[in-house]
Write a protein that binds this ligand. Structure first.
Ligand SMILES: *Cc1c(COP(=O)(O)O)cnc(C)c1O
Ligand code: SF4
Length: 364
């Protein structure tokens, strides 16, 4: 149970209103630290502004074309980790819209995981026996260009109070389900009061053991890890697991490390999933360094996902043979517990499908 007396986060403006226009950067001059919601509201949504801030040529990159398909969204806290003037920066490439997103490539489709067919209730995806996924919010704090849900019909999947009642009835009718996964969008884009209310509802009178939150917010806006969130997660009767989504060691800065420390202090088990992305993390040394830095921050590597063939992101695809080869290299470089499980999601399978090491691995 969540204590009713939790100090819920105050949604007062922590910062004097700033001007949405122009590249003016108030962050360095502001004496008051901006709360995460203000940071989210003030995130960059104009691809030209993004390029201007980073000294990049918007026209040459074709940002407008990509932006029209899937809008630009980058919070300042993430922008601060991107090196200016470098079109190949591994964080930049994850968030910068580009012309290639217009390419139609055979086999790259809108709903690669057929999730829209395992959607028995609005906001609920039930594909695997013991766990259901709740689409906890319609938005993210960053728009990742490779996102396999870039075409997901979020508008049809909002979790209202009435939906939660239906979800509870569904859980009661499915005793095999012992874990609820809050996914998204990003479930932590929901204000604490609402999120903790939802968690409280889920806890009450159900047979659930675990609550899992899949989120990129503590990575892209570390201030999202508020006292109220930590207190709420510490107080729940469910075991709390958070699966972060970090693709490159450059994403882990001091603020992320501190946010993770606070979550762990609240008793949250931290895992990480990575998507294998061409030109971003498809090198064994990068993945090994990522695992090392994750562990140093108290996060266990969990999955290395084969990229899902979503329309508009074919330029990120890494061939399976290359992924197998990288897996073999990681097994040779890292202790076993730091090797993420390489998996792919295949529609209609009872869980994620593990990938085998390469044939030649034993001989290398
Ligand atoms: C990945 C996924 C899960 C969680 O699977 P785990 O292997 O337990 O991490 C649950 N439901 C859906 C629909 C998923 O895609
Ligand atoms: S944070 Fe996750 S769900 Fe949101 S755009 Fe990125 S990959 Fe997709």
């Amino acid at each position: 149970m969540i204590a009713k007396t939790l100090p819920l986060v105050q949604l007062s403006p922590a910062n004097p209103p700033s001007h949405a226009e122009g590249p003016a950067d108030c962050s360095e001059h502001s004496a008051v630290k901006r709360d995460w919601q203000t940071q989210l509201r003030q995130a960059i949504r104009d691809p030209h502004q993004l390029c201007q801030r980073l000294g990049l040529d918007a026209k040459a990159l074709g940002v407008e074309q990509g932006h029209r398909l899937f809008s630009t969204l980058v919070p300042e806290a993430l922008l601060s980790r991107i090196r200016p003037g470098q079109p190949g920066d591994p964080i930049l490439r994850q968030i910068l819209p580009v012309a290639e997103e217009n390419d139609e490539v055979l086999g790259f489709v809108e709903d690669p995981l057929l999730e829209q067919t395992a959607n028995p209730l609005p906001g609920l995806v039930h594909k695997y026996r013991s766990r259901v996924l709740l689409i906890g919010a319609g938005a993210c704090a960053v728009n990742c260009r490779y996102c396999f849900r870039r075409h997901f019909p979020y508008a049809d999947n909002r979790l209202s109070r009435e939906h939660i009642t239906q979800v509870m009835a569904y859980l009661n009718a499915h005793p095999d389900v012992n874990e609820v996964i809050l996914s998204g969008g990003d479930p932590l884009a929901t204000p604490d009061q609402r999120l903790l209310g939802l968690i409280e509802q889920l806890t009450g009178g159900s047979h659930l053991k675990r609550l899992r939150i899949h989120s990129r917010l503590p990575v892209v806006i570390p201030d999202r890890v508020t006292d109220a969130l930590c207190d709420g997660l510490a107080a729940t009767a469910l075991q709390a697991v958070m699966v972060l989504h970090i693709n490159h060691p450059q994403e882990i800065d001091d603020a992320v490390i501190e946010a993770c420390r606070r979550l762990r202090q609240a008793g949250v088990t931290l895992l990480n999933q990575t998507v294998l992305l061409k030109g971003i993390n498809d090198q064994a040394d990068v993945l090994a360094e990522l695992s090392e830095q994750l562990f140093a921050a108290g996060i266990m590597p969990y999955y290395l996902h084969a990229f899902d063939p979503v329309a508009g992101a074919a330029h990120f695809a890494v061939p399976d043979t290359r992924m197998q080869q990288l897996y073999g290299e990681l097994l040779a470089i890292l202790p076993g517990f730091l090797v993420p499980r390489p998996v792919r999601e295949v529609p209609d399978r009872p869980g994620k499908t593990p990938m085998a090491p390469p044939e030649a691995w034993a001989l290398s």
